[in-house]
Design a protein around this ligand. Sequence first.
Ligand code: NAD
Length: 296
Amino acid sequence: MMSRIAFIGLGNMGGGMAANLVKAGHEVFAFDLSDAALARAVEAGCVAAGSAAEAAKGADAVVTMLPAGQHVAAVYGEQVMPAAGAGTLFLDCSTIDVETARTVSAQAVEAGFEMVDAPVSGGIAAANGGTLTFMVGGSAEGFARAAPILQAMGKVVVHAGGAGAGQAAKICNNMLLGASMIATAEAFVLARKLGLEAQTFFDISSKASGQCWSMTSYCPVPGPVPASPANRDYEGGFASALMLKDLKLAVEAAQAAGAPVPMATQAEALYQMFVGLGGAGRDFSAIITMLEGRSA
Ligand code: NAD
């Protein structure tokens, strides 16, 4: 069913996502602080709004794709909630801290709205191609209303639990990914120093108990997995700066929840170091270059 949707935050990810909502037949009222981002959305068929509040007025649903928790809290608290009609559905697709996700959701529900947190897995190509995975936190009713909208922007939509559960699933997954990439990179570096060819080590370990996604789908050395970013000098893929952001969110959430995460703490420190060496824009598997003693 066609809906009137407000889309706020039309950056690297949001631009393609808003375009896919237009393609699915929705009427999309878009807003971004950046004029260039807004102009691209208009080219893709969105209607430009003068503010987030103006976009939200009269919308059936509001989708946000913003950098961090403070932006999400400000956009909903100051713009969207005062303008939106009763019962409007809010979908925050940004990756933000679990605490802010739960606070904003509680405020929205209190004010008579429905809200889900729906962070994504998949990068810019998946956002453009409409093949994202959404991890959704919210009530069963909220999920049922959100699912058809999210399906227009992705291929997998999973209900993870109540408010904040989508963010929890996202950061736990990426915490595991960050640590497993560093462990995989370390193993390849040591294998080489011990005289093992990378391909030989891959052939053995990918069939043995060391096997993991970081090795078999995203191998940090060139050769064994032709599609991995290592084969194109670590360009594109998932930027190390975004991995660092997610590790920080995971460690922060772990501290608040009293969960010990020594591996994630170490992974955060190593990605911090790599970003400090100039690796922010490189794919996160490029951390192997730091372990090899090459520059970022
Ligand atoms: P981005 O910086 O390219 O886009 C964010 C957009 O929000 C910008 O265009 C900015 O102008 C706009 N914005 C900021 N404050 C605003 C406000 N108050 N009102 C209106 N617009 C505002 O970031 P991105 O790469 O698109 O990422 C968005 C979110 O998705 C982040 O939370 C990120 O962690 C997450 N994410 C990104 C990727 C990726 O590969 N880029 C993958 C998964 C998840």
